[in-house]
Design a protein around this ligand. Sequence first.
Ligand SMILES: Cc1cc2nc3c(=O)[nH]c(=O)nc-3n(C[C@H](O)[C@H](O)[C@H](O)COP(=O)(O)OP(=O)(O)OC[C@H]3O[C@@H](n4cnc5c(N)ncnc54)[C@H](O)[C@@H]3O)c2cc1C
Ligand SMILES: *[C@@H]1O[C@H](CO)[C@@H](O)[C@H](O)[C@H]1NC(C)=O
Ligand SMILES: *[C@@H]1O[C@H](CO)[C@@H](O)[C@H](O)[C@H]1NC(C)=O
Ligand SMILES: *[C@@H]1O[C@H](CO)[C@@H](O)[C@H](O)[C@H]1NC(C)=O
Ligand SMILES: *[C@@H]1O[C@H](CO)[C@@H](O)[C@H](O)[C@H]1NC(C)=O
Ligand SMILES: *[C@@H]1O[C@H](CO)[C@@H](O)[C@H](O)[C@H]1NC(C)=O
Length: 496
Amino acid sequence: MRFSPASCVFLFFSGSYAASILHRSESNNATLACNRLQTLLGTIIETSTGPDFNATVNSPRNLFNTEFRPACIVLAEDTADVQTAMAAIYEFEIDYAVQAGGHSANTGWNAVDGGILISFERMNQVSYDASKDTITMQPGVRWGQSAIALEPQGVAPVGGRVDDVGTGLMLGGGLSFLSPGHGFAADNYVELDVVLVDGSLVTASATNQYADLFRALKGGANRFGIVTRYEVQAIHTGTSNDKTWFGGSITYPESSFEDLIKAVSHFVKNTDDPNAVHLSIFVRVDADNQETVVGTTWLFYNGTGTDLPENIFGEFLAIPSLATNLSSLSYLDVALILAGSSTPGQGTVWGATALAGGEDDLYLDTLRHWTNFSASFASDLTVSSLAFTPVPLSQIEYGRERGGNAIDPPLVGYNAILNGNILPPGVITAGDIQQGMKLFLEQAPSSPGIPLYVNECDSDQEVFATYGEFDFLKETYAKYDPTRFNIRHTRGPVGL
Ligand SMILES: Cc1cc2nc3c(=O)[nH]c(=O)nc-3n(C[C@H](O)[C@H](O)[C@H](O)COP(=O)(O)OP(=O)(O)OC[C@H]3O[C@@H](n4cnc5c(N)ncnc54)[C@H](O)[C@@H]3O)c2cc1C
Ligand SMILES: *[C@@H]1O[C@H](CO)[C@@H](O)[C@H](O)[C@H]1NC(C)=O
Ligand SMILES: *[C@@H]1O[C@H](CO)[C@@H](O)[C@H](O)[C@H]1NC(C)=O
Ligand SMILES: *[C@@H]1O[C@H](CO)[C@@H](O)[C@H](O)[C@H]1NC(C)=O
Ligand SMILES: *[C@@H]1O[C@H](CO)[C@@H](O)[C@H](O)[C@H]1NC(C)=O
Ligand SMILES: *[C@@H]1O[C@H](CO)[C@@H](O)[C@H](O)[C@H]1NC(C)=O
């Protein structure tokens, strides 16, 4: 925070001026709040004529979110800046959004029209403390950056699988290639600095008076406050010389899809080895009127073997494939294997479902409905994909051992399933695709009792209601945001 005697005087006058005006639109309030912040915070406030305004407005991965124009942007440099911003946003009752890595697929979750955008692009430090064996991240760091910066020290956070995704991932849970052994990313929190909705700052941990907030932030997404510092457990992954993993990708033709989906169903039911990692994605790509339909599976095993263990991955290895690329890898190789695959700057439409392992008929149904969806919209989409991420028992147990998260799945291995779509360049509305997604989600419901994954959901999905700790989440929300300000003023998951 940058207080000067002059700005305190301004604060006093602008406060009494504000109180004397009775009829005022919210956009006037936004202007007042931006003016006040400009006085308090100086050059880190950008309005539309500022040098960084356009770049920040255009930075969300989903093109739809680059259509929003905030009244001003706070390019926060520290926690105090975020506190100052939230105090003004709260007092003037204006809409706001927070942007970390900018990868949200949902419209308006990291962008705002007329209100204030808090950007973390200038808070992107990551460091390792060997004495505590923890990693501290500012919210603007991205997973590839973290993995590269910490590799010489042989550690990594449990983060994302695509390099340019950001820390917002943890607030929704966070699925990593390390998750079978080390839980959802959020299960590894040690301490969080959280700016509450009125601008006050608290430090939350598993054992202090904010333990409820701490647990709610493991899955509660952007509803509970703004995290300005994440301290997480360090995972000892080795350096790039330590080729302790074996694996890579296998690409399958469409004719193998039914066998592949059954293998995906069986894997999470039968495998409970924390060192076994899997991700499968069915894709339809439409480029230059050329259509390609393939399945790609990523398989990794943490162990120094020179092959994938047959007893774990045999079913995948036996399916007729088009190409195989398996080798010895360091964790850094694994962490960067999907680098560059995020296709920024095009519109996205996402929706989530989830199935318990072993329910083969439901997996086949889900594949069939996605096949119809993707074929129906083939000419309107550049990429349509159906991705399966296992959440094995070992992952669920790890989270419970560390105090539990809000998602709180039952002790059943399941797959988080994403129907993820990328629109052609320049297209800024979803049109009928949104209706098609709605139909798909009705046709392919999740297994009863299995939670949906909020980071892969459609904005209309009632994800929180599927959590094991839904009641706890509602109570904790009412405690930390009693006027429901966040629900009224920033977009995010519904249903609290
Ligand atoms: C290409 C791609 C690959 C992905 N891969 C994975 C994956 O491997 N595993 C996985 O789990 N998910 C994955 N995701 C989903 C990802 O977890 C979500 O999109 C996540 O929300 C992205 O976080 P972000 O910081 O990049 O995005 P942002 O859009 O900046 O943030 C996401 C949401 O969190 C809020 N938010 C961000 N930071 C804060 C904060 N500090 N305090 C309060 N609210 C905050 C934002 O306002 C927004 O609502 C992927 C997404 C994409 C597009
Ligand atoms: C920012 O973009 C707008 C169009 O949205 C354009 O008119 C303006 O010149 C741009 N500003 C800068 C500094 O590039
Ligand atoms: C504008 O801010 C004032 C407080 O400064 C608040 O009382 C008022 O409700 C706000 N107006 C709108 C339209 O939100
Ligand atoms: C890999 O497996 C070994 C042996 O089981 C274990 O000690 C190590 O922690 C694992 N590494 C990771 C990153 O999970
Ligand atoms: C195979 O995987 C390795 C390791 O990720 C990568 O460096 C290489 O480019 C891949 N080869 C092909 C042909 O994709
Ligand atoms: C296939 O998808 C289209 C587009 O959403 C929809 O209109 C149609 O009813 C679907 N067909 C079946 C059999 O589900």
